[in-house]
Design a protein around this ligand. Structure first.
Ligand code: UCC
Ligand code: FAD
Length: 618
């Protein structure tokens, strides 16, 4: 009888016991690193205005925008190919929350801010901060915003030609009625990395000087966008096209007309994606889509690279934002969840796990801020040549590194919620899935590692000049072995690296004044030395060495530069204990993996043969 009574009692107890949901508050107010960064770098007047707006925005995100983001997840786009009467309509239906995100983006000036330049060189950084706060609540709308920003950048860099004035003002508008978003159609079936050989779309000139495009675009995200930039090959009078990169030109086109009718485009289907399901990614047939040529003929890749560099920065923003959000939730959960008689936060091993993620996000955040700071300088003609070279180098470095960091952190953070982390309706798996794409789109890790090499070898003269003037000023000739044994291309590689090191050194000099940071400074200096030795040795090796080393080399640049940034931040007079801990911990990892792997012979021809044998088992 007693047992009968106890069972329902126990059940009643369980029925009334709920695990508390992890939550975050106002993301801006809770982000101490963000706030300390802004306080350190922004001029006081700018800081005052920006602070007020960000606090307001943080509240809006929490109360209004986050629920809309979840609605976008629950109501993914639906494709309707035919109407009830059998007519082909190719309609991509998006939910009202998605459409509201578009309005909010305009109201908040999420693109406009960067182009109005109210705060001169700080406008870009301010825009990036708003996008960073918006990202994890945006229900995937960060994606079209990235491409919209990229399109605006391309148009601005062309001097805003008359024919694109309207488009530019809409892409950068604060008026929800006027605001347009853009797509970025680069990938075709034959290849998304090798765009130069993968693009088969043909452009035929029309008597009025416009073009009609014919081809198939294999991935087109935010296919509900108003306009797009895309690549195609111009056919000559005989219908012949130039193959390779030099045959590609850049086009602007409106996706639909005023009535919403597609511009001679057919939607084949929507992609069935692992994540980013809130957003429509379509396969499109261009069947004579009317378009405007906006680059010089054959300069399509170079022209669209302005877009790529912006969207890659947005990728970094999303990577950092997703890490920050996962860790904030994980932190909150640790305060609420009991295990073995105490809260998770009182289990040292659990805290170590979260602290390791925290060090990662701090480094990534500072790297992001550094890039948008440099971009802001470049856009207001305040950047030195060296700043510009650094910006070009750091964008692919940051994109490839933070993409991988974000995936690793998302997986680890998911585990920190135990089984609940795996439950769909907690929203945590959504974050994991959406994070995994960050190392694929906008250039995969390997492709961006090769882009890092491209950026080093490309502007040889300028880099050399920047290098020489910097070394003269800072008397660090000993930093770069410009020995005669270097091949031409290696010299520019070496020079670009040296300018990177000079910056790192400047930051380190600041940090070396703080005694507690000394071990970190020491480790970073050693890593720079190892990098330098690697470069000296690589200079006399075959090109294969640098290709095989490209990924580890890029990781080394990311880790060393980020270490220097963390140290700089920790060397501020009002730095906290945790700033110092984060810097030291970052520097305790292997900062120069390329030197370690090189020492193991990983980049020799023999290693490449072994790789092939290992993969194919022969
Ligand atoms: O994935 C996509 C959209 C996803 C949805 C939106 C996400 C938004 C962000 C997240 C927010 C949530 S759109 C597709 C993205 N596709 C890629 O990223 C392509 C990846 N492949 C590459 O990056 C390749 O390296 C290519 C396509 C750039 C290689 O092309 P080429 O033609 O073979 O390369 P070349 O011949 O080396 O470069 C041609 C010219 C050169 O200039 P010149 O001719 O003056 O010497 C290069 O220096 O382009 C220049 N160039 C660049 N310049 C190439 N890349 C760059 C660059 N990054 N910056 C400056
Ligand atoms: P491939 O180029 O076939 O690459 C396959 C693998 O080979 C990769 O791991 C790559 O790193 C590796 N590889 C290739 N070449 C080399 C090399 N030389 N050295 C070493 N490794 C190499 N594209 C658009 O244009 N617009 C969009 O809106 C868009 N939206 C997307 C949305 C989603 C959700 C996804 C997943 C993709 C989207 N893409 C879009 C496409 C995306 O940009 C490409 O998938 C990506 O650039 C890779 O191209 P690919 O798929 O052809 O892979």
């Amino acid at each position: 009888v007693l047992e009968d009574l106890e069972v329902p009692l126990a059940r009643r107890e369980t029925e009334t016991l709920f695990q508390e949901q992890p939550e975050t508050g106002n993301q801006y107010l809770e982000d101490t690193l963000l706030r300390s960064y802004l306080k350190t770098h922004l001029p006081p007047k700018v800081l005052e205005e920006v602070h007020q707006d960000l606090e307001r925005f943080g509240n809006r995100l929490l109360t209004k925008i986050q629920p809309l983001g979840w609605e976008c997840e629950l109501n993914p786009p639906v494709f309707r190919q035919y109407d009830a009467w059998g007519r082909r309509v190719d309609h991509i239906h998006t939910c009202s929350a998605w459409r509201r995100m578009k309005e909010i983006s305009a109201e908040e000036g999420l693109i406009a801010e960067a182009y109005e330049r109210r705060y001169s060189n700080w406008s870009r950084l301010y825009q990036a901060v708003k996008l960073y706060l918006f990202s994890s609540s945006s229900g995937g709308f960060s994606c079209p915003l990235a491409m919209t920003d990229g399109a605006a950048k391309v148009i601005e860099s062309l001097g805003i030609p008359g024919s694109l004035k309207n488009a530019f003002s809409r892409l950068t508008s604060r008026d929800p009625e006027k605001f347009w978003t853009s797509g970025q159609w680069m990938t075709e079936r034959r290849g998304g990395s090798d765009v130069a050989n993968g693009t088969e779309t043909v452009a035929r000139e029309q008597p009025d000087g416009t073009y009609r495009l014919y081809g198939f675009k294999w991935f087109t995200s935010a296919a509900d966008s108003d306009v797009t930039l895309t690549l195609a090959r111009i056919a000559d009078a005989e219908g012949q096209c130039t193959q390779g990169s030099r045959g590609l030109s850049l086009f602007f086109l409106r996706v639909r007309d005023e009535e919403g009718k597609l511009n001679s485009i057919q939607v084949q289907r929507l992609k069935d994606k692992l994540g980013t399901r809130q957003m429509a990614t379509a396969e499109l047939w261009l069947q004579g889509a009317r378009a405007e040529l906006i680059s010089a003929e054959g300069r399509g890749v170079a022209a669209i690279s302005n877009m790529l560099n912006i969207t890659r920065i947005h990728n970094v923003i999303s990577a950092v934002a997703s890490m920050r959000r996962m860790i904030s939730l994980s932190r909150d959960y640790a305060r609420k969840r009991l295990a073995f008689g105490k809260l998770l936060k009182d289990h040292p091993l659990h805290m170590q796990t979260i602290a390791r993620m925290e060090v990662q996000v701090r480094g990534a955040f500072l790297l992001l801020m550094e890039i948008v700071r440099l971009l802001g300088l470049a856009e207001t003609n305040l950047a030195s040549e060296q700043d510009q070279l650094l910006l070009r180098l750091l964008i692919p470095v940051a994109k490839l590194y933070t993409g991988k960091q974000a995936s690793a952190v998302a997986v680890e953070a998911m585990e920190s919620f135990g089984g609940q982390g795996y439950m769909e309706d907690t929203g945590l798996p959504v974050m994991l899935r959406d994070t995994l794409v960050l190392s694929i789109w906008e250039g995969t890790t390997n492709i961006l590692s090769l882009d890092v090499l491209r950026s080093l070898t490309k502007s040889q003269g300028q880099v050399m000049a920047a290098f020489l003037s910097t070394v003269q000023v800072l008397s660090v000739q000993d930093w770069c072995p410009l020995s005669e044994c270097f091949a031409e291309s290696s010299i520019s590689t070496c020079a670009a690296l040296a300018s990177l090191k000079v910056i790192a050194r400047k930051k380190l000099e600041l940090a070396s004044g703080t005694e507690e940071l000394a071990p970190g400074v020491q480790r970073t200096r050693e890593a720079i030395g190892s990098l330098q030795e690697f470069m000296a040795a690589a200079g006399s090796e075959q090109a294969l060495t640098m290709e095989l080393a490209a990924r580890d080399f890029s990781y080394s640049l990311a880790r060393i530069y980020t270490g220097a940034l963390l140290m700089e931040h920790a060397a501020r007079p009002d730095a906290s204990f945790t700033d110092v801990c984060a810097a030291l911990r970052w520097c305790n990892q292997e900062l120069c993996p390329v030197a370690v792997e090189s020492g193991r012979g990983s980049y020799r021809g023999g290693a490449a043969l072994q790789d092939g044998a290992l993969v194919f088992g022969s």
